[in-house]
Design a protein around this ligand. Structure first.
Ligand SMILES: C[S@@+](CC[C@H](N)C(=O)[O-])C[C@H]1O[C@@H](n2cnc3c(N)ncnc32)[C@H](O)[C@@H]1O
Length: 198
């Protein structure tokens, strides 16, 4: 766990002690997805971001058994990420089963709302990507519109991720639950716009 992430803005390579690409999962929950990815990909660095300490504690406990050096966790609201990461510091963001916030008044809290996309663009590399998975069709549809309106390029859209054999997929905790219920998993990959207006 990194306790003062804002102190490391622009210098995450010193935290990891290498220059490997950094990937974030925002809303990492109990951390199963990242723990598995970090072990599969020692050539990459991973940071899990979670706003609820009680949930994050479970992630940290899991990783403590055999902590991969390429995995760190932050107890943080995603709104604060631009204070923690500098321009071009992050390679890729995973948004897995983000809270759907279905009511109109709550939509600004969605992690793909244009306000969040602008925050992410401020620290993603120019070819940086967001990979999103969800079982919620309403969130998926609104997100596609928001990506396009915010000038992101939608490079992949899948309406049934689990029917695709060629996509590497590590299941998250929520995903395992939803798949067991017979739900389709929607997936997209979006590339950051060239101009970020930061
Ligand atoms: C539905 S859970 C999904 C957890 C995990 N990604 C998975 O797929 O199993 C969504 C998680 O996102 C976290 N979250 C929601 N809004 C957040 C925010 N603004 N910043 C950080 N975490 C957030 C929630 O606390 C929750 O743990």
């Amino acid at each position: 766990m990194v306790h003062h992430p804002k102190d490391h803005k622009g210098s995450w390579s010193s935290v990891f002690q290498n220059d490997r690409p950094i990937r974030l999962e925002i809303g990492c929950g109990k951390g199963k997805f990242l723990l598995e990815l970090a072990n599969l990909h020692p050539e990459l660095n991973f940071v899990g971001v979670e706003k609820f300490e009680s949930v994050l504690v479970r992630a940290v406990e899991k990783a403590e058994v055999d902590p991969p050096a390429n995995l760190k966790f932050l107890w943080l609201d995603a709104e604060e990420l631009p204070e923690c990461f500098g321009a071009d510091e992050v390679d890729l963001i995973y948004l897995n089963f983000s809270d759907p916030w279905p009511k109109s008044k709550q939509k600004k809290r969605r992690l793909t709302h244009p306000l969040f996309l602008a925050r992410y663009a401020s620290f993603l590399k120019s070819s940086g990507r967001i990979r999103m998975k969800t079982d919620n069709f309403g969130l998926f549809m609104d997100s596609m519109v928001w990506f396009v309106e915010s000038d992101w390029h939608l490079e992949t859209i899948l309406l049934d991720l689990h029917a695709e054999q060629h996509v590497e997929n590590v299941e998250t905790e929520f995903e395992t639950r939803f798949v067991a219920m017979g739900r389709s998993i929607y997936y997209l990959s979006a590339v950051r716009p060239e101009e970020t207006h930061a």
